[in-house]
Design a protein around this ligand. Structure first.
Ligand code: PLP
Length: 360
C-alpha cells in the first residue's frame, strides 16, 4: 500500500526505515547488527542514553522526572500503576473515555479499590468526559488516571484537567509526541511505542521522582518502577532493537523541527480530513463530537455496512490501507500519526470526494 493509515503498529518515517536497513548488518562499523549487540556494550549504551536524552529534550521533561524504557506494552502499565501506587487504605480514580481506560480500570480493580471518576460510556464514548479540574477529592485517592487519546473512538483531551495535590496519571499511547503539553501536570505518563514512537516492544514511562518514592516495596522486583529507575532501564535485557528504532524516530522528529512543527502539521492533517467529512452532505458522519475530536484517529461511518465495505475495498485497491474501524465503533478510521505525511491525507480526501460523487 502506498498510504498507511494503520492504528498501530503504525506508519514509520520512510527515512528511518531506510537508515535501519542501511545499518542492519553493520551498525557503526561494528560488523554486527544492533540485534546482535550486547546490552552492556558501549555501542548499545550510547543508543540507549541518546534516546533518553532526545526524549527529554523534545518533550521538555524536567530534571526531576525519570524516563524509563520498559517492556509489556501499555497494557502492562495498566497493572504496574496500581501495583506500585495503590495500597489497601486507598482508592484509585479512573476517568473512563473508552475501552483502553476500561481495561486500565479493570487491572486496578484486581489490585485494590478503584472507582470511576467520570465516564462517557453512555454516549458510546463520542466525547471526552467534562472534567476541567480535580480538586478536593478524597485524600485517600491514590491517583486519578486518564487516557489522553482514545484510539478506538477517535476522541482526545484538548486541555487536561487541573489538579491540586492529587497525582494525575495518563496513558498517552496514541498521542505522545504529537503535540506540546506540560509534563509537570502529570505525576506519571506512559505510552506503548507502536504509534508515534517506533516499533512495538518498548514502552516509555515518564514519572516524577518524588511520586516514584511513594511506590510500594512489597511487589515483585520486575514490576517495581524503582528497580528500573535504579538500573536506568538496564535491570534486565531491554528491547534493544525497539529502543534503537525509537532513537531514530526521535532524531527524525528533531529534523522535522521538533514538537511544535509536528503539532502544526498534525493539526493541518486533521483539519483537512474533518473538513472532508463535514462538507460531505452527511455522506460521511464523524463518530466523535466536534469538541472532542482527535487529531490522531479520525473515526467516521457511512450510510450502511455495504457502502462501508465497498469503500474499504476500493480504498485498498487505490493504495490506502488500515482504514477499517474498530469493531466496537464500526465504520472507518484513519490514523494520522506523526509519520503519516500531509500528502497521504490529501490523497485520502481526494479519494473520499471521488467515492462520494460516485455513490451519493
Ligand atoms: N492504550 C491505548 C490508548 C492504546 O491505543 C493501546 C493500543 O492500541 C493500548 C493502550 C494497548 O497498548 P499495548 O498493545 O502496548 O499494550
Amino acid at each position: 500500500a502506498r498510504f498507511n493509515f494503520n492504528p498501530g503498529p503504525a506508519a514509520l518515517p520512510k527515512s528511518v526505515l531506510e537508515t535501519a536497513q542501511k545499518e542492519f548488518t553493520n551498525y557503526d562499523s561494528t560488523h554486527m547488527s544492533v540485534l546482535e549487540l550486547s546490552h552492556r556494550s558501549k555501542s548499545y549504551e550510547d543508543i540507549h542514553f541518546e534516546a533518553v536524552k532526545r526524549l527529554r529534550s523534545l518533550l521538555d521533561i524536567p530534571e526531576q522526572y525519570e524516563v524509563l524504557f520498559l517492556q509489556g506494552g501499555a497494557s502492562q502499565q495498566f497493572a504496574m500503576v496500581p501495583m506500585n501506587f495503590l495500597n489497601s487504605e486507598q482508592s484509585a480514580s479512573y476517568i473512563v473515555s473508552g475501552s483502553w481506560s476500561e481495561k486500565a480500570l479493570k487491572e486496578a480493580k484486581s489490585i485494590g479499590q478503584a472507582e470511576i471518576y467520570a465516564s462517557t460510556k453512555d454516549t458510546n464514548y463520542t466525547k471526552i468526559p467534562d472534567v476541567h479540574s480535580i480538586q478536593n477529592i478524597n485524600e485517600k485517592t491514590a491517583y486519578v488516571h486518564l487516557t489522553s487519546n482514545n484510539t478506538i473512538y477517535g476522541t482526545q483531551w484538548r486541555d487536561f484537567p487541573e489538579t491540586d495535590t492529587t497525582p494525575l496519571i495518563a496513558d498517552m499511547s496514541s498521542d505522545i509526541l504529537s503535540r506540546r503539553f506540560d509534563v509537570r501536570s502529570f505525576s506519571l505518563f506512559y505510552a506503548g511505542a507502536q504509534k508515534n514512537l517506533g516499533p512495538s516492544g518498548v514502552t516509555v514511562v515518564v514519572a516524577d521522582r518524588q511520586f516514584l518514592e511513594k511506590s510500594r516495596k512489597d511487589i515483585p522486583t520486575i514490576f517495581s518502577y524503582q528497580t528500573h529507575v535504579e538500573k536506568h532501564s538496564l535491570y534486565h535485557t531491554p528491547p534493544t532493537f525497539s529502543i534503537y528504532m525509537l532513537n531514530l524516530v526521535l532524531k527524525w522528529v528533531e529534523e522535522q523541527g521538533g514538537i511544535d512543527a509536528i503539532e502544526s502539521l498534525n493539526k493541518q492533517k486533521a483539519e483537512k480530513l474533518y473538513d472532508a467529512i463535514d462538507h460531505s452532505n452527511n455522506f460521511y458522519k464523524g463518530h466523535a463530537e466536534v469538541a472532542s475530536r482527535s487529531a490522531m484517529n479520525v473515526t467516521f461511518t457511512l450510510e450502511n455496512k455495504e457502502l462501508e465495505e465497498l469503500f474499504l475495498q476500493e480504498a485498498e485497491e487505490a493504495g490506502f490501507s488500515g482504514l477499517k474501524g474498530h469493531r466496537s465503533v464500526g465504520g472507518l478510521r484513519a490514523s494520522l500519526y506523526n509519520a503519516v505525511p500531509l500528502e497521504a491525507v490529501n490523497a485520502l480526501c481526494s479519494f473520499m470526494d471521488d467515492f462520494r460523487h460516485r455513490h451519493q
